[in-house]
Design a binder for this molecule. Sequence first.
Ligand SMILES: [Zn+2]
Length: 284
Amino acid sequence: MGHEYVGIVEEVGDDVATLKPGQFVIGSFFASDNTCEICRAGYQSSCLHRQPMGALGAQAERLRVPLADGTLVATPEMPTDDLIPGLLAASDVLGTGWFGAVAAEVRPGKTVAVVGDGAVGLLAVLAARQLGAEQIIAVSRHEPRQRLAREYGATDIVTERGDQAVARVKDLTGGLGAHSVIEAVGTQESILQAIRSTRPGGHVGYVGVAHGVELPGQELFFSHVHLHGGPAPVRRFLPKLIPLICNREIDPGKVFDLTLPLDQAAEGYRAMDERRAIKTLLTP
Ligand SMILES: [Zn+2]
């Protein structure tokens, strides 16, 4: 299991043209050819030939990556150890948070709210800052995560939940709601909170995997809110994110607050489940 990964190329298949052994590479959670019409439009996670990497199992010493030319992006040189957590974050949680911000149409000068303070939500804050947002409201009830959200660029923290959180976001945005809201949880409560926190004409970028979500049609109709999201096409963003990390302009690796060897993976999941860790990094 596991679908986030970085590694060093050990061997390449006969049809692989752009990669060679010894390169440090980053992939993402769907392998994609990066050449079909859907990929060329920037939706590599819906590639016509996509293959889910979780099924191949990235939490392992070795991994076979199909469609390697399309899937993997190599770093310009071998990264130092301190850069590896950031590059691993790019494989999913940073790429996903970044897509949430892009899907929510974050632009310079806009107001942004982020629902969800897991690794994706925190890195959506970082993405919104990088994309030039003026005001970034993080919704979080957990003090260590609030601190990291501030460090990543949050200007305001909302600790309420549900409709009370919506009211706070409106208070902070002149009564209108945010221009852009990133939804990084995937529950009925969080998606409604995101829609209700968005001003008419604004955009929700939803990247929390939906569990049991049903949208009320009439509320949606009268909201005048754009909805866009889904499984992030992380591959689209890797060529932009890798230099930002390697040049130390961003440090997304701070979301990994627990590092464990591969044979203690179960403890890594327990720590995240019990909220003792934001995100666990497993080392081979
Ligand atoms: Zn494709």
